[in-house]
Design a protein around this ligand. Structure first.
Ligand code: DGL
Length: 263
C-alpha cells in the first residue's frame, strides 16, 4: 500500500491487526507530500510510478491505494494498468458512512484535491442520490500530522475554523476522507461533539480488503505464518521510522529509502 506520507499508516495498522498472516509493504512518498494541494494529474503520475515500483519489485498480490487524494486522482487508471487487483479508500468509507447515518445528513472532510475532484459526491450519489452531503476541504490538517502534532492548541484552532460549516450542517456522521485524519480524531471529535459518529476510511478499507482477499481466494493459506512488514520512504528514512513508529506502533522499526524518478 502507499500514501503521500504517514497517513496510510492508519490503513496499515488496521490491516496488520485484521490480517496477521499477510505480509505488507508500505511506501510513504514523504519527499513529495502533501498530495492534497497538488494538481490531480501530478498526483496521478506519482501514483502510477509508485504502484509500478511496488508491483514489480515486491510481486504484490493486491495493491491498496491508502490515500484518498491518490485514489481520487488515479484509482481507475491503476485498475486498468496493473496486473493485480487494486482497492482505494473512498468506496469502503462511503458504504460505512451510509450504514451508520440515521438522519441521512452526513459529511466528508478531505484534502483540497480529494474534495475538489468530486469523487465523494459521485461515490455517495451512487449509493443514495438523496443523501444530504456536506463535503469540506481541510487544508493544513495533513501538515500537522506530518509534524507529529495531533492534539496541540494550533490544530484545535484550525479544526474549529475549518469544521464550522460541518458543525452548522447538523450531520450525524462524519467520514474522515483522508487517511491522515484518524490521527486527529480526538481533536475533530471535540469540535464536532461526541454525538457525531466519526467513520475512518482506514478501518473500513482494511475490512473491505479482508473480504476481497477471501472472495478472490488470495488469503495466505498458511495460518501459522506471522506476516512481516516492510516500510519504505522517499524522504529521510530515519525520520520516517522515528515518527512512523510513534504513529503505527512497534512493527515499524526501520525504513528503507526509495528514490522516485519523478522528483
Ligand atoms: N493521506 C492523503 C489522503 O488520504 C493525503 C495527504 C496529502 O495531502 O498528502 O488524502
Amino acid at each position: 500500500m502507499f500514501d503521500s506520507g504517514f497517513g496510510g499508516l492508519t490503513v496499515a495498522r488496521a490491516t496488520i491487526d485484521l490480517l496477521p498472516n499477510e505480509d505488507l509493504v508500505y511506501l510513504g512518498d514523504t519527499a513529495r507530500y502533501p498530495y492534497g494541494a497538488k494538481p490531480l494529474e501530478e498526483v496521478r503520475a506519482y501514483a502510477i510510478e509508485i504502484a509500478r515500483y511496488l508491483v514489480e519489485t515486491f510481486d504484490v498480490k493486491y495493491l491498496v491505494v491508502a490515500c484518498n487524494t491518490a485514489a481520487a486522482a488515479a484509482l481507475g487508471e491503476l485498475q486498468d494498468l496493473l496486473p493485480v487487483p487494486v482497492m482505494g479508500v473512498i468506496e469502503p468509507g462511503v458504504r460505512a458512512t451510509m450504514a451508520a447515518t440515521r438522519s441521512g445528513r452526513v459529511a466528508v472532510i478531505g484534502t483540497v484535491g480529494t474534495i475538489g475532484s468530486g469523487a465523494y459526491d459521485d461515490a455517495f450519489g451512487k449509493i443514495d442520490p438523496l443523501v444530504g452531503l456536506t463535503a469540506c476541504a481541510c487544508p493544513g490538517f495533513v501538515e500537522f500530522v506530518e509534524k507529529g502534532d495531533t492534539e496541540g492548541p494550533q490544530v484545535r484552532i484550525l479544526a474549529e475554523r475549518l469544521l464550522a460549516p460541518v458543525v452548522a450542517a447538523d450531520v450525524d456522521t462524519l467520514l474522515l476522507g483522508c487517511t491522515h485524519y484518524p490521527y486527529l480524531a480526538r481533536t475533530i471529535s471535540q469540535v464536532m461533539g461526541h454525538e457525531v459518529v466519526l467513520v475512518s476510511s482506514a478501518d473500513e478499507t482494511a475490512f473491505a480488503l479482508a473480504a476481497e482477499l477471501d472472495r478472490l481466494e488470495l488469503k495466505n493459506p498458511d495460518r501459522q505464518h506471522v506476516g512481516w512488514q516492510r516500510f519504505i520512504s522517499s524522504g529521510d528514512e530515519r525520520a520516517f521510522a522515528q515518527l512512523g513508529s510513534r504513529l503505527l506502533g512497534p512493527e515499524l522499526v526501520d525504513a528503507q529509502r526509495w528514490e522516485p524518478h519523478g522528483s
